[in-house]
Ligand binder design. Sequence first.
Ligand code: PLP
Length: 401
Amino acid sequence: MATVEYKNWITHVQTPRVERMLKEAALGDAISFAGALPAEEMFPTREIEAAFREVISSQAGEALQYFWTEGYEPLREQIAAHMKARGVPAEKDEILVTSGAQQALDLLAKLLIKPGTHIALETPTYLPAIQAFELQHPKLEAVSRSQQELDCGMLRRILKGTGVQFVYVVATGHNPSGASMSLEQRKELLEMAAEFNVPILEDGAYAELQYGEQLPNLAALAPEPARVIYVGSFSKVLSPGLRIGWIVAPVAIIRRLTLIKQATDLQSSTLSQLVLSRYLQENSFDAHLGRCVKFYGERREAMLKALQSHMPNQLRWTIPLAGFSLWVELPENISAEGMLPDAIDRGVAFEPGMPFFATEKHQNFFRLSFSAQRPEFIQQGIVRLGNMLAEKLSPVTETRS
Ligand SMILES: Cc1ncc(COP(=O)(O)O)c(C=O)c1O
């Protein structure tokens, strides 16, 4: 019997070989810096348990029922207040509750991209955003994002040359690099967007988890609020398992996105929305955020210190200002993916960087996430990685210390 052949049309996922290796590494003893996961210790478990109990004992009929696609009204109000507190002038009707920020990106891609539509995005960038966009067959216009900065000159040339539908950016806590754009660059980007009359799609999944200077969202800085469509998430600070994110956009856009969401999944889980709403009513999100920043800040410090002491001189890495990860650059001729099997044999794993590039691929990068490992394991894992790299890069390489 003939086998059915499916065309492999999503090109940016990790290869099945890498997926398999990383899954095995996660199940085995390896110290994994691959997945950018929140630490289980930081889930507000007791508070969420209490919210669940209260919702089920007093609102079970509502919580277990279907609900309107736009989202649970009190939660939309709470999200609007959350955004206002961060300087974004949002009203309840400008909020759509989504099943995570990932669904927000998918819905926006469905609304804004037709086959052949040009969209500008950073490279490297958050891999599942590339995946969500590519499902709608756009023409990707990649703009380099190195260290903290976006190549604004390159973006200007793209905006001049092509009719770009939107610019997708992770201004704060860029994934994979943890970089955050400077205030000046945020202003420059917004000015350019106004000059070329193009909307910005700002992904704020990590925008709250900033380790130093608190940089404002583009959505808070924009002189015309409609210029920026903002995507937010409760995954990084509260829990990704609840699967709740949101979009802030003008009411007309929210209405159209609501129809697309209806066709996609009818609504986000009523139970999750009511529990989250109850949690936000009973607890201070900002107090929990403060604990998270301290907790992940210590892990970030542990990783930066270990890298400084144990990595060969030829390596460079970003200093993350927000988020869970940093980005390491190897000499150009070295493949990060090629080194992964050896690293796993030595009990350490990382995320090869090639799929994070939107167009032109580079093999010599990898992402390290510090969020889910205790500081002593971070130290141990980086020593293992440093030893391996020192051997691979040159028999005479010295580490920095
Ligand atoms: C930049 C960025 N955007 C969006 C998401 C998706 O988050 P959510 O769990 O809210 O779907 C992530 C998750 O890692 C992310 O890093």
